[in-house]
Design a protein around this ligand. Sequence first.
Ligand code: ZN
Length: 617
Amino acid sequence: MRKPTIKICRRKEWLTTPSYWCRPGGNDPQSCVLPGATLILFILPRKTIPVNKLWLILNYHFYKTILMQLLLRGAGLAFILISLASCKNNTSVAGGDAALAAFSADGLGKHIATLSSDDFLGRKPFTAGETKSIAYLQQQFAAVGLEPGNGSSFLQEVPMVNITTTAAPTMQVQSAKGNFDLKGLDDYVIWTDKTDTTVSFSNDEVVFAGYGVVAPEYNWNDYAGLDVKGKIVLVLVNDPGFNAGDSTLFKGKTMTYYGRWTYKFEEAARQGAKGCLIVHNTIAAAYPFKVVQNNWNTSRLHLDERGKDKKYSDVIGWISGEAAKKLVIAAGFDTTLFARADKPGFKGMPLNIKLNTTIKVKAQYNKSYNVIGKIKGTKYPDETIIYTAHWDHLGIGAPDAKGDSIYNGALDNASATAGLLELAHGFKKMDTLPERTIIFLSVTAEEQGLWGSAYYAQNPVYPIAKTVANINMDGLNWYGKTKDVIVLGKGQSDLEDILNEEATKTGRYLAFDTHPEAGYYYRSDHFNFAKVGVPALYISSGTDVIGKEKGFGQKQVDDYTKLNYHRPSDEYNGTTWKLDGAIDDLQLLFKVGRRLAFGHTWPAWKDGSEFKAIRKL
Ligand SMILES: [Zn+2]
């Protein structure tokens, strides 16, 4: 046991340096970061600090209890907080200040400019753009002073297969009301993850299967009583709760994993369906059909899973809302059929329609790379906190109206990849290195299906059971400082509470996803950590922009989605981008990681999270 020391804090200091306080669960001496103190005296005139303000600052049950007792006794001038004897000498707070100062908008902007430059060719895996991207990241990791994160290497090989599909230009529809053709790209977009040389619909029957959902916890089974083996299922995007506008159905407007397209294809395969077509709807999908069309006759990456179970049906894809209506009408239904599918008890049915088309497939096996660096923990090196940001984007594709064919992906995701470098820089500037290991993981092939993080989660370099948390970034703020920070996946894990406490200390507040129907929590790399039970935090840029009128921030976000998301125009502009808000967000995520790194607590999934049952420590 160390010799007890005494620290006296005055009110001002108390209010301005809240990180002197122990963390939630602060009665666990291991989690105390108080520098050099084992006994702390707080001298403060009772009248000047309202009790509720104390709660706000402290918010830790242990101290609450003691303070409450003292207040009730009218102790008035002095409160004594006893921080248990093993609170250790730790200069992380002072080190934290140096670390915070290390984050710079200039530095961030330079990394973004480089990674999103035309030189990097849109950073598509397997291309010269990948070679440049991973070389840059390795060089920057080393320059910052990170250790290689995978043995002696900064790289983790990700074995993948590049599947190039060439679909026939049309699909023939046979129905009792006559035959007609649907036009590829305009009416539907299909592909496959099969590596055979040809896959097809050969006059296969179509079955409408509602939302294509089997969710026992919601007592919902769209496949009950339907024979879909070897057939094509037509399903709706999102989940029944969304369209019904009923908050008691599923999670109402908040998308569950059942609403995601990946889920639909996985479930269709489990049911033995040969094909799965999702009916597109811009609101329910949260993106326009144009985004889907980017998948037409292109190359897609998948993990090389030769010898493993088949994941998706043979032919998968989307059909436009208009084309789907044509099918329904040809089948003799009216267009209310889809609206009825969100009613409990709805039963799907065969449409007595047959489809015919083919896709030629070329498969090339290759390796892409995750880039991984670390700062080894001084006390609990086996316990890791993993920051992630995907380095990849879409490469070179169809030119836009200006003839630009390089998909630079400045926001998505050069920005957060640059953020990862700033975080590494910040952590290395701490006077005292973290007690737990911090991992900086820049993953590949997010855009093609979150593959790099999926591979890491299935083949972890650091054991999943000892992975404390994942903090993921995908797109940073480019329009200035905000008061709020938006949590995607509200109420998922304790990490949200830590984030809230850290945000509050600098006068910021948490806001929540305004588009919970978009299911953003299932759409970036942290999701693969969640799937294996690691509590995962995912935030996006706030919209309450300081000094701007209401609505300004949301307009920036909406305009980006409409004009630049997954388009060649997602480019960096050093003049118009204001990165001071991104720096605030990075510092906030740094503080969350720092708390975990100097603590010995294990954040957990909250009750009601679909991932809680998976985590076993
Ligand atoms: Zn992204």
